[in-house]
Ligand binder design. Structure first.
Ligand SMILES: Cc1cc2nc3c(=O)[nH]c(=O)nc-3n(C[C@H](O)[C@H](O)[C@H](O)COP(=O)(O)OP(=O)(O)OC[C@H]3O[C@@H](n4cnc5c(N)ncnc54)[C@H](O)[C@@H]3O)c2cc1C
Length: 285
């Protein structure tokens, strides 16, 4: 591993100034380091300077009515330990708990997961289903954009050099669920991840699927199949079948395309059932 200088700016302006004074290949941004330090260790990147976000005031969790804003450097374990998150946005809580292990979640952050934009991220599908927005700060100030626009087709998020992800906002707490399939339950990357949420204000559903190339996506025809309030069993089955047919899966060493289609159908139905009132839910298939 090539040596590098580790910098700890104490303010956002100081962090942005450090980035501005470097050129792209020479500098890297460090949050929890669970991805970045592996990249450096395996010599995929060789920055001369690493700018740590540790002392920026971004480890916050703020409720405002139904809306939740999460600082980008809040460790996932803190998010998972918040009883209101579990109660009001259960799908987010379930997705956070799907990431790695307890030890990993003490370090890993929501911001790092989103900026990494891995196709198998457990957090991107649920943030899509919750219509989340992200705040990016840079030399020209701050801007908000939907997570859907932030995750690009090129596996690189819409973050210019010199910009930082400050926060993620979930505009409305929603009944939601995250279901996943992987070979090992801990410290493994999922083969399929499915997030479902229902908006209490409009009654509409969001269904997002992960482990797709190049990025997790919403499957809109499946969302539109769930029309009745509450949905019928036929509608939920048809949404699950549409998600299985339309998700652009590929085969890789973690699973074949055919296997993923089979699993996604089961998981979409399970997630839809999980957010119905108890009388309709029965037991998950
Ligand atoms: C053993 C293991 C198991 C894992 N299991 C899972 C899993 O089950 N599910 C899953 O989704 N992921 C998993 N991961 C991936 C990883 O833990 C997550 O992506 C993590 O959330 C990244 O957050 P971090 O704070 O560690 O990011 P870092 O490693 O610090 O940063 C990741 C990238 O984002 C950039 N970055 C970080 N924060 C910001 C910011 N605020 N603004 C701009 N750029 C930023 C960094 O420069 C870097 O390029 C696993 C990783 C390991 C090593």
């Amino acid at each position: 591993m090539a040596p590098f200088d580790l910098l700890y700016p104490r303010s956002v302006d100081a962090a942005l100034a450090e980035l501005r004074s470097a050129s792209p290949g020479d500098v890297a941004i460090l949050a929890g380091g669970t991805d970045l330090l592996l990249d450096i260790d395996r010599e995929r990147i060789a920055p001369r300077r690493v700018v740590s976000l540790r002392y920026l005031p971004w480890k916050f969790l703020e409720w405002s009515g139904d809306s939740l804003t999460i600082g980008s450097t809040l460790p996932l374990r803190t998010l998972e330990s918040d009883p209101l998150v579990r109660q009001r946005i259960p799908g987010l809580w379930e997705a956070v708990r799907a990431v790695g292990s307890v030890a990993l979640r003490h370090r890993a952050t929501l911001g790092g997961n989103l900026v990494r934009s891995a196709p198998a991220s457990d957090l991107s599908p649920i943030l899509l289903a919750l219509d989340a927005e992200v705040e990016v700060v840079g030399p020209r100030g701050s801007r908000w954009m939907p997570v859907d626009g932030f995750l690009s087709e090129s596996r690189r998020p819409k973050l210019a050099f010199g910009e930082l992800l400050r926060a993620v906002r979930i505009p409305e707490a929603r009944p939601s669920a995250y279901r996943w399939q992987r070979v090992r339950p801990v410290n493994d990357i999922s083969q399929v991840g499915v997030a479902v949420a229902r908006s209490p204000s409009t009654g509409s559903y969001r269904i997002a699927v992960g482990d797709l190339l190049p990025r997790p996506v919403r499957i809109r025809p499946a969302e539109e199949a769930v029309r009745s309030r509450p949905p019928t069993d036929d509608e939920m089955r048809s949404a699950a079948a549409l998600a299985a047919r339309l998700s652009p899966f590929a085969s890789d060493r973690r699973g074949t395309e055919a296997y993923r289609r089979l699993i996604v159908e089961v998981l979409v139905r399970r997630a839809l059932l999980a957010i119905q009132p108890p009388a309709l839910r029965g037991s998950e298939p």
